[in-house]
Design a protein around this ligand. Sequence first.
Ligand SMILES: [Fe+2]
Length: 369
Amino acid sequence: MKTEFAYSEPVRIFFGEGERKRLKEIVGSLGLSRGILIADAFLAKNGVAEEIANDAHLCAVFSEFTVDPDIKAADAAADLAREKGVDHIVALGGGSAMDLAKFLSVAVGSGRSAEELFYGEIPERSIPVIALPTTAGTGSEVTGVSVMSDKSRGVKEPLSSPAFFVAAAVVDPVLTLTLPPFATAVCGIDAVAHALEAYWCRRHNPVSDALAEKALKLLFGGFDRAYDDGSDLAARTDMSMGALLAGMAFAPTRTAAVHACSYPLSEMFGMPHGEACAFTLDLFTRLNSRIDRERMDALAHSLGYASPDALADEIARMKAKTGMRSTLAEIGCGDIGALAEACAGHPLMLNNVKTFSAEELKAAFGGLA
Ligand SMILES: [Fe+2]
């Protein structure tokens, strides 16, 4: 085998039970002093955001944003950050809080408006972000991707730039203990999708393969336990580490066919990101294993499954158990051709081990009727 690759992961990672309490010390070690907290609205209401803000002496809290954060929220947060004269941003929440914080860091660092950044070049000028994920799924704490939306035009884009890497990720599984079962499932299966996509991505390399394999062992081992008993800290720890490693696996490779399809599925049928990924995850596990047979066989065996099809069956079981939709009728899709066109046309499809055409996808989606 011949291979040539580089791997780098610039984020300092602090992982483990209780690490969230070291935030002030971590901020200080980075030479930072005035921070703004970007926190999911329900964390602002239930007191967790206040506890973190007080512990780390943060000077402002911003939580006026929704899932798939809008560029208008970034402008409002940037105004507040400038008014307070902050030198760093702390993100507390799931992917939306972290993606907004990363985008905001470039808006504040560059002085550009959110619209200029969303539709133009992303300059490498940002202020440091410290991310505290409260879900185990997105991997946003270790990727250079920020998914933002311009809801006035119905556009949602995964923006990619080295400027979006956070300075430090503080991954404390205790923060995920209160995540409800369905959210646990959709976030967890999103992480499974990240690891599988890193593995079958055209740009995969031996490091991303190793990270993906380890991530999948932890995620498949922890999924049911975390779903069945949210207070199981050992299961939550496995899911948090699995999601983190899956994020590190796809940070350099990016994602592929499953994520290419997830964007049209979310836009056309309002599916949450993780459920939209799950919708085609078992399907592409089967389809990609016909293309990349040797490697997919090896992966399935190392995870303890007899074949890639058995691995796909396990994903289908996880979806059914946790109440995720798995048919076109359930999501209200009556035009398979339109969905197939949108999925085939998404740029992430080019990263897949095989670029499926709209015709091929239409035939494959027929099996989901
Ligand atoms: Fe994802």
